[in-house]
Ligand binder design. Structure first.
Ligand SMILES: C[S@@+](CC[C@H](N)C(=O)[O-])C[C@H]1O[C@@H](n2cnc3c(N)ncnc32)[C@H](O)[C@@H]1O
Length: 342
């Protein structure tokens, strides 16, 4: 599992974690300190992401200033990774196993600000169609960072942009292909979100949690995250603790507004029964929707064309009236950027 994760980190752009996790795999096989720290976790299921839990635990201690001997290796604390760092980390694990072990029980949680490029492009397309103020709701919102995406800046590779040019979150060159309708007059008048385990980034614990699970050498992701946390601290968007189905059950449509339910990379975690409830509720709400009170379901989620095919990330929308047809808008990279519009 560590070796598979190392290869995945390499593919997604983290040389540091590719080298670190491969080095920790060697140490595990040799029965070194890594195997002592992970004792009892040998049979943890693959999707629980043990390698990323261990890497996130080490990153958290470093970010919190509790591992000064590792700070020089982590770009997030001003350091520079070097492949000899594996020895330093293994040495740290041999000395500080008792501090690392309790952190392994935390589930990795992220809130990927880059995915706002997909969500906002879709929202612009919906806004252009309906030309109404938007009520925006999100399920699986994590810390709710993308619920403030209308305060970010986005640009197409051609240079066309949308949003405040001075915004602290700038997703430059994020859009490819067709240019989203930047003159749609998008205005968000109400916003809210929910998550099974919401994170509060106005607290240091919430900030550390989100930051520690972003791979340390992915500096652009860290810059986006820090910008979005700064915005959230200025004007927090509350995220309720609720599962997807209970939250959608409470949504309404309101005349004179476009109601949007959006989500990104969370649907795979929603149990089948809850997914069915979300579908039933959206169909019922859709039946109440009118031209002056429309409803849209905008999703940026992984999918497979056939059961054997690799995952692709599609941005799709369904709108009511009339509903019943899912419209394909774009594909995005796993962390959002780039987004290629149809
Ligand atoms: C991979 S994260 C994605 C977070 C965010 N949507 C993003 O794109 O950055 C998945 C999120 O879904 C949440 N989640 C998992 N199952 C859920 C459920 N049944 N209802 C609501 N949220 C759920 C998790 O707590 C987590 O915050």
């Amino acid at each position: 599992m560590f070796r598979l994760q190392a290869a995945a980190c390499q593919r997604l752009g983290s040389t540091m974690y590719a080298e670190l996790l491969a080095g920790l795999a060697d140490d595990l096989e040799a029965g070194g300190p890594t195997s002592v720290v992970l004792r009892g976790h040998e049979d943890d299921p693959g999707p629980s992401g043990l390698a990323l839990r261990l890497a996130g635990s080490l990153h958290r201690l470093t970010l919190a200033g509790k591992a000064p001997e590792l700070a020089g290796l982590y770009p997030t604390t001003g350091g520079t990774w070097d492949s000899h760092g594996v020895e330093e980390v293994v040495g740290f694990l041999s000395r500080r196993a008792d501090e690392v072990r309790p952190l392994l029980d935390r589930a990795p949680q992220t809130n990927e600000v880059g995915r706002a490029a997909a969500l906002v492009g879709g929202l612009l397309a919906l806004s252009e169609r309906w030309r109404l103020p938007v009520r925006l709701f999100e399920i699986g919102a994590s810390a709710g960072l993308n619920l403030q995406a209308d305060r970010f800046r986005f640009t197409h590779e051609s240079g066309t942009g949308w949003g405040d040019p001075a915004a602290p979150v700038a997703l430059l060159g994020a859009w490819r292909g067709a240019v989203p309708p930047v003159d749609a007059g998008l205005e968000v008048v109400e916003r809210g979100g929910s998550d099974l385990h919401p994170l509060d980034v106005t607290t240091e614990d919430g900030r550390l949690t989100l930051t520690s699970y972003v791979w340390p050498d992915m500096t652009a992701r860290h810059a986006r995250l820090a910008g979005a946390i700064g915005l959230a601290r200025e004007r927090p968007v509350p995220v309720e603790a609720a599962d997807a189905a209970s939250y959608v059950d409470r949504l309404t449509v309101v005349p004179g507004t476009l109601t949007v339910l959006w989500h990104s990379v969370m649907w795979q975690y929603v149990p089948r029964e809850q997914r069915a409830r979300v579908g039933t509720r959206l169909a019922a709400l859709g039946a109440q929707a009118r031209g002056d009170a429309p409803l849209a379901h905008l999703a940026a989620e992984p999918t497979r064309r056939t059961p054997e095919a690799p995952h692709e990330f599609w941005v799709c929308a369904e709108t009511w009236p009339p509903g019943s047809e899912r419209e394909f808008l774009a594909t995005m990279a796993p962390h959002g950027i780039p987004v290629s519009w149809e």
